[in-house]
Ligand binder design. Structure first.
Ligand SMILES: C[S@@+](CC[C@H](N)C(=O)[O-])C[C@H]1O[C@@H](n2cnc3c(N)ncnc32)[C@H](O)[C@@H]1O
Length: 363
């Protein structure tokens, strides 16, 4: 994931230029302009052109250290694979975006007959050494490349495993590649793991944090800088929020069934309904996701405020002006999530509640 801000990704203007250029090339190639300029083609074309920066972020060991040392994340995959060994016998597995190859090694240890592991970033060369170091090279075949552009040694696999989730689940847009792999390489009736995810939202009353991040601009060494408050609240922040400051019920915004969802799942609009469980001031809405492996021995994990923190933390949508609620009040509205216009791997989230339409970027 772009688990850090990636300044190398291109601006919208550059992307639009590239889109035009690519479309012209496709037309020159004899393809139909209407087909080649469809949103799906354009997104694919922009991604191909802009992904160098994205994959570079995964070349460094640091990001893999962060992911591997996220015990909730990594042990959930390990348990899903190793506690369901009957599923893997005689099966061919695709590990999409293998990174260091950790999930491939879990699959091999769980009894998979063969694992095809693919990654476009240079970390794959270390994954090759790691497979050798663990004497698993005979089981795990590692390929460098984008799944979308690489011919696999066999067209179809029985199981696809991938860790593709980004902040607020969908940031990073790797879900598109998982859907591509499912549609092109998963055998009929095959298994995609994890197989289900949901995105939820709660209301937070954290006046201390609000004072640090928003009210701060009211008095900076005796000067007013309140115009910056508006800027600050447009950028969602990624942090672990205190569970004891959650003052509403949870609202599940969307559920994704990985076996059927499409690339348009990144764009959704959902009803928001939060009941205040105590009196207070909502200073932020907080988004998080849950991940499910619905297997004979099921495994799931949550990235919510009440669960053990993960490296995804929570996604915090700060309010410029807090919303005062009393216990039992029900706050209703809508949450809309869309691909950002400037960057196909980023998101734009709009939260509408009575009297307010709040727009946030995840970049
Ligand atoms: C979140 S990391 C997960 C790494 C590893 N599976 C793990 O669990 O530690 C995602 C990996 O997918 C790779 N990736 C993303 N999109 C890809 C694509 N379309 N084709 C090949 N690799 C991809 C990235 O380079 C990155 O190494």
């Amino acid at each position: 994931m772009i688990r850090e801000k990636d300044s190398e990704l291109k601006t919208m203007t550059e992307n639009v230029e590239k889109m035009r250029h690519i479309t012209q090339e496709l037309v020159a190639d004899g393809r139909n302009e209407a087909d080649s300029a469809s949103p799906a083609h354009c997104i694919k074309a922009i991604k191909m052109e802009c992904d160098e920066g994205y994959f570079n972020t995964y070349s460094h060991f640091g990001i893999h250290h962060e992911m591997l040392s996220d015990h909730v994340r990594t042990s959930s995959y390990r348990d899903a694979l190793l506690h369901n060994t009957a599923l893997w016998k005689d099966k061919t597995v695709l590990d999409l975006g293998c990174g260091t190859g950790i999930l491939s090694m879990f699959a091999a240890s769980a009894g998979a007959q063969k694992v095809i592991a693919i990654d476009q970033s240079d970390i794959i060369y270390h994954a090759m050494d790691i497979a050798r170091e663990n004497k698993l090279s005979d089981k795990i075949q590692l390929l460098k490349g984008r799944i979308e552009d690489t011919e696999l040694p066999q067209k179809c696999v029985d199981i696809i495993v991938s860790e593709w989730m980004g902040y607020f689940l969908l940031f990073e847009g790797m879900l598109d590649s998982v859907i591509y792999a499912r549609d092109h390489h998963l055998t009929e009736g095959g298994l995609l793991l994890p197989n289900r995810c949901s995105i939820s939202m709660i209301g937070l009353a954290d006046t201390d944090r609000h004072a640090e991040l928003v009210e701060f601009w009211t008095d900076v060494y005796g000067y007013r800088m309140t115009c910056l408050k508006h800027e600050v609240v447009q950028e969602a922040t990624i942090e672990v929020v205190p569970a004891n400051k959650v003052i509403t019920s949870t609202c599940v915004l969307t559920e994704l069934d990985l076996s059927t969802c499409s690339t348009s799942s990144l764009d959704f609009s959902s009803e928001l309904k939060l009941e205040a469980i105590t009196d207070g001031s909502i200073t932020a809405f907080v988004g998080y996701f849950d991940v499910f492996f619905d297997l004979p021995r099921p495994v799931s994990f949550s990235t919510g405020p009440h669960a053990t923190p993960t490296h995804w933390k929570q996604t915090v949508f700060l309010l410029e002006e807090p919303i005062i609620v009393q216990q039992g009040d029900v706050l209703t509205g809508t949450v809309t999530c869309q691909r950002a216009r400037r960057d196909v791997r980023a998101l734009s989230v709009t939260i509408s509640v009575p009297g307010r339409k709040l727009k946030f970027n995840l970049t």
